[in-house]
Design a protein around this ligand. Structure first.
Ligand code: ATP
Ligand code: MG
Length: 246
């Protein structure tokens, strides 16, 4: 579709197009299109820009990734369709591994995602096919399968656009969980240690900029940022923005 650049909702329409193209290329599950709709509604209410609260959370998230011994970024179809390049750059800057982990798991989609990430110059992609041989306790079904060299052994996980059940199971495994979720009321947003309430399309570049700046600083600076971050208070700020002044 040709989106006129002066259309008042051009950006939002452009993001939809990325998902529709991802769907047609086998990256995005049909359910992923619906999940995007839920995110979009919150983006509308938040003003479709990165808020101060989201920037603070992104700063804490990048600090946490840089401080971790074995950070892993979990990607699904929507994440790949929206920001494959950004995920790979973030993994380079922070030293995090990348693992494909799908809610609606099929081998075809897994491989399409791997191919797309490699096309964008990713080196190693974990969690493909039989490599995802370990299980997340507490979860039934295929979505509990994880890579022993990735999510299973990670100390910190970035799980954007995640489902609440799995986020909770990962927290119960003792992982430090960071998420990107436009809905400050979702179970994932509430259960994670650090929640960036922003569109992933803006949050990943924000995290990259923060990580590049933080890397120049002392570890004690990053430790303080993480210690001072209060996820509940941060979520409340996003909710206040949504509530507005009425
Ligand atoms: P939960 O299971 O955590 O309670 P949910 O069931 O409402 O959440 P899921 O489909 O499990 O929703 O997870 C997808 C989440 O991703 C939703 O909370 C949605 O708001 C969010 N989301 C969708 N698209 C984006 C996006 N582009 N950027 C950031 N967040 C998004
Ligand atoms: Mg869910």
């Amino acid at each position: 579709m040709n989106i006129p650049s002066n259309h008042p909702r051009a950006k939002s329409l452009y993001i939809r197009e990325l998902l529709v193209t991802g769907f047609r290329n086998g990256l995005v599950a049909p359910e992923g299109l619906i999940a995007h709709g839920r995110g979009e509604a919150f983006d509308y209410l938040l003003g479709e820009h990165t808020t101060k609260a989201a920037r603070d959370a992104a700063n804490a998230a990048s600090s946490m990734l840089l401080l971790s011994k074995y950070p892993v970024i979990s990607v699904n179809g929507n994440v790949t369709a929206l920001c494959a390049k950004g995920i790979i750059e973030l993994s380079h800057v922070t030293g995090a591994a990348i693992e494909v982990n799908l809610f609606y798991r099929t081998t075809e989609r897994e491989m399409a995602i791997e191919k797309e990430l490699k096309k964008n110059k990713a080196k190693t992609i974990l969690g493909i096919g039989s490599e995802a041989s370990m299980r997340i306790p507490e979860l039934q079904s295929e979505r509990r399968r994880v890579d022993p060299n990735g999510i299973y052994k990670a100390d910190t996980l970035l799980v954007p656009l995640e489902d609440g059940d799995r986020a909770e199971a990962l927290v119960n495994m003792g992982k430090t969980v960071i998420t990107i979720d436009l809905n400050p009321l979702s179970r994932t947003a509430k259960v994670a240690h650090i929640t960036i309430v922003d569109n992933i399309i803006r949050a990943i570049p924000e995290m990259i900029v923060a990580a590049k700046q933080l890397k120049e600083k002392n570890a004690s600076v990053m430790k303080r940022i993480v210690e001072e971050f209060d996820n509940k208070a941060n979520l409340a700020k996003s909710l206040n923005i949504i509530r507005g002044d009425i």
